[in-house]
Design a protein around this ligand. Structure first.
Ligand SMILES: Nc1nc2c(c(=O)[nH]1)N[C@@H](CN(C=O)c1ccc(C(=O)N[C@@H](CCC(=O)O)C(=O)O)cc1)CN2
Length: 278
């Protein structure tokens, strides 16, 4: 039976580090903007947990509805020294999300979704990696799961998880051997079964079955799906845990750590802006 890789302890460790840093800021606080337009269930759940965590950390989080002039909105955030981070909630309906993301200052792009930060991830530089991709690495690191020389299969090629995670796994010193699968991949089950570390970021409940998992593999479930009003992952948890050596639960897994990494980036951005001005 698999070890459960809870996100609780991992996020607690990150929040402890953040709290120590915040205590040195005196009365000053970073501020985060969540920019949204018609958020869906999954995004609303994410926003709710960010707002809740912001309250716990005493960090103001402001929800801003996209106006008819999104670029003007973003420029206002970029030029406001009181704002340390801007997060464009995905999907951003009725607005060209990619163009809006490109206009966020790289310094305030705490989700690392813009070309500067993503480029940094590709060349292995320190920059903001998308929090969910970084959360997967934090979990593997916390539980001392080796990546070097391991076969890693990532299901899903999104810009927030699949692609940046492949880069983080390939980085020199990390040295995973990575396969990224997507909707046009042939024999996806075989590629999943070849993995020592299988990461699913597809967003479909029950997508990964027991027969897709190699005996003793580590399974990281990034999916946040809603089934009968409950949050579930991409894996058939009860079946897969019989075969895997370790598995992340949903909820209480990657999602928790994602929010913690986001706040870690926000605090870094606040410090950079303080140190160097806008
Ligand atoms: N701007 C973005 N918007 C969206 C993203 C994103 O990465 N950036 N991703 C999804 C939301 N998402 C992850 O894919 C997500 C949804 C919900 C939660 C969440 O509720 N987390 C809870 C814990 C849940 C758990 O225990 O697993 C928490 O943080 O307390 C996190 C991520 C769509 N929109």
């Amino acid at each position: 039976m698999a070890t459960i890789l809870s996100g609780r302890q991992v996020s607690r460790k990150i929040y402890q580090e953040i709290s120590e840093q915040i205590s040195r800021f005196g009365q000053k606080r970073p501020r985060l903007v969540l920019y949204c337009s018609h958020p869906d269930n999954s995004t609303q759940a994410y926003m709710k947990s960010i707002l809740k965590q912001g309250e716990k950390l005493n960090i103001p989080v402001q929800v801003v509805e996209a106006s008819s002039q999104p670029f003007k909105d973003i420029m206002r955030f970029n030029n406001d020294p009181g704002i340390s981070g801007v997060m464009v909630m995905h999907p951003l309906k009725e607005v060209d999300e990619d163009m809006v993301i490109k206009s966020i200052s790289p310094l305030k792009d705490v989700e690392g979704r813009g070309p500067m930060n993503l480029g940094g991830v590709v060349i292995g530089e320190t920059s903001y990696a998308p929090p969910t991709a970084e959360a997967v690495m934090e979990i593997l690191n916390y539980y001392n799961i080796p990546i070097k020389g391991k076969d890693v299969t990532i299901l899903g090629r999104s810009t927030t998880v699949g692609k940046p995670l492949a880069m983080l796994m390939l980085k020199k010193g990390v040295d995973g051997t990575v396969t990224v699968c997507h909707s046009r991949t042939k024999n996806i089950d075989e590629k999943a079964r070849a993995a020592d570390i299988l990461v699913s970021a597809v967003g479909k409940a029950g997508f990964v079955r027991k027969s897709w998992v190699k005996d003793g593999a580590v399974v990281i479930d990034v999916g946040i799906n809603f089934s009968d009003g409950k949050i579930v992952g991409d894996t058939d948890f009860d079946e897969v845990r019989e075969k895997a050596s370790a598995i992340t639960p949903v909820p209480q897994g990657v999602g928790l750590v994602t929010t913690a990494v986001l706040f870690k980036h926000l605090v870094e951005s606040f410090k950079r802006i303080l140190d160097g001005g806008l």
